[in-house]
Design a protein around this ligand. Structure first.
Ligand code: NDP
Length: 445
């Protein structure tokens, strides 16, 4: 049986009054919200005004009958596809070749280990999907996910909510390590999660939900959208090509850097519960792909030169985001004995104590991308997303939801990370803040 979180633990901050109020709202509103997003994009031309009119005309019962009832339980295609996809990803996690890497020490002092085989898993997944849906093999049409997307979201919703319930039971009675705890509230524990590093057999659950399911479903969904447009119109619009190239490049970059992701807040700080697991299993596949989903039937005309300019800008932004992430990783791995932009980096030595009482030392980089602002890499992250979203045009707002959401998420995340690092490193973080005063955009925020 797990204990309450220690009072000094930084995770306590997540139990603030605001979160206690917001978390039940998110729990009950987000699962139906994704189905509304899908229905509006697919059947109401992405128009929120049409959605409001639809709900006003049909009332709640009619809305339930038309939008939710046909899809909330999923369908045979969705359940089968999700089961096959998950089984392949679980197999890839253990069977494909990769180096073993260590994550940062957990608060308990334990050091998690992962097999870094994201790139082969990404390439294998894409190749299998393209091959299985190609003319010669024809196991299913490439548009299968697009065609059944409502049912996919219904099935994903149910399976993710069930998984979060299992994670609650596991975290409460069978935690994998000492990095588990209860806030004392069942609802909040379900929402925020109880374990930092839950494992079942050889599988790390958060690596599966975040990287190998959510992030791996993303390229399949956009490929399926492209397949759907090709099947409907006989070609791919410039707008769809821009969206496809940039998102595949972005996701490839993610897997190239996956070992770095294992050192981010999602893994080091967010516990395995509704917030991160449902988020990666359902929110990500729906919201992150919304603009591409809309493009299938509503791609505006776009001159090739504009498309090329967007691709170049987006690729440049993805490269900068990658270089910033890698710079920090290389700096930490070499213990500061590396050049940053050709010079000896400005380094701050930071100490912290883990839950087992042991003292640890970390280095903070105050040069390069990390000397411009404390989260400058969020700027190219957002620009890349803007470049693959803007081809939808400005007729309706909903397809732009991801870039609006990302803007809020990154701004909030920079503040969360600041607070986390402040409580972890104390004076050393204050010193970093003095040397690098802006959070994201120099001179602005
Ligand atoms: P960061 O890459 O910003 O890492 C934050 C952690 O890095 C801190 O908690 C701290 O951890 C360490 N750190 C912070 N500053 C320094 C420094 N100056 N020197 C050395 N270490 C430092 O984490 P994110 O998870 O926010 O971002 C990772 C990537 O994911 C980025 O590319 C981001 O753009 C992307 N992202 C994408 C999102 C999306 O939905 N599309 C959402 C969020 C992020 P420690 O405890 O090790 O010191």
């Amino acid at each position: 049986m797990t204990q309450p979180y220690p009072q000094s633990h930084p995770i306590d901050r997540e139990r603030s009054l605001l979160n206690r109020v917001v978390s039940p709202l998110l729990l009950f509103l987000c699962p139906p919200f994704v189905l509304l997003v899908w229905y509006t994009l697919r059947h109401l031309e992405g128009s929120l005004l049409k959605l409001i009119d639809f709900v006003a005309r049909l009332g709640w019962a009619g809305t339930w009958r038309r939008i939710f009832a046909p899809v909330w339980l999923g369908d045979r295609v969705a359940w089968t596809s999700i089961a096959v996809f998950a089984a392949f990803q679980l197999l890839f996690m253990i069977a494909l070749p990769g180096r073993w890497v260590e994550g940062p020490p957990a608060p308990s002092g334990a050091v998690p280990r992962y097999k870094a085989n994201g790139v082969p898993a990404f390439l294998a997944t894409l190749c299998l999907y393209v091959l299985a849906s190609s003319w010669g093999v024809g196991l299913f049409p490439a548009s299968i996910v697009y065609d059944h997307f409502g049912a996919f979201l219904g099935a994903l919703n149910l399976s993710a909510l069930l998984l979060c319930a299992l994670l609650y039971v596991k975290g409460r009675w069978f935690p994998s390590s000492a990095d588990a705890g209860s806030s004392g509230s069942l609802l909040f524990d379900y929402y925020w999660g109880m374990e930092l590093y839950p494992r079942i057999g050889p599988w790390d659950i958060k690596m599966f939900t975040n990287c190998r399911f959510g992030m791996m479903a993303w390229p399949i969904i956009v490929l399926s959208c492209a397949g759907a447009q090709q099947a409907r119109t006989g070609s791919l619009s410039v707008a769809m090509q821009v969206a496809l190239v940039l998102q595949l490049a972005y996701i490839f970059k993610f897997f190239l850097w996956e070992d770095g992701y294992l050192r981010t807040m999602d893994i080091m700080h967010d516990r395995a519960g509704f917030y991160i697991c449902w988020g990666c299993l359902v929110w990500l596949p729906c919201v992150y792909t919304a603009s591409t989903f809309y493009l299938v039937e509503h791609a505006p005309q776009m001159p090739g030169a504009v498309g090329a300019a967007l691709v170049l800008t987006g690729l440049f932004a993805i490269a900068i985001n990658y270089l910033a992430d890698r710079q920090k990783q290389r700096f930490r791995a070499s213990q500061g004995h590396c050049k940053v932009w050709g010079k000896t980096p400005k380094t701050i030595v930071a100490h912290y104590r883990s839950g087992d009482g042991r003292e640890h030392r970390n280095l903070l980089l105050a040069s390069g991308w990390w000397g411009i602002s404390r989260h400058f890499h969020y700027v190219p992250e957002w620009i890349a997303a803007f470049c693959w979203t803007v081809p939808v045009g400005f007729r309706v707002a909903l397809p732009h939801f991801y870039t609006i959401f990302l803007f809020i998420l990154l701004t909030h995340r920079a503040a969360r990370d600041d607070a986390r690092c402040q409580s972890k490193y104390g004076d050393a973080w204050k010193q970093y803040r003095r040397m690098v005063p802006y959070r994201i955009m120099p001179g602005v925020y």
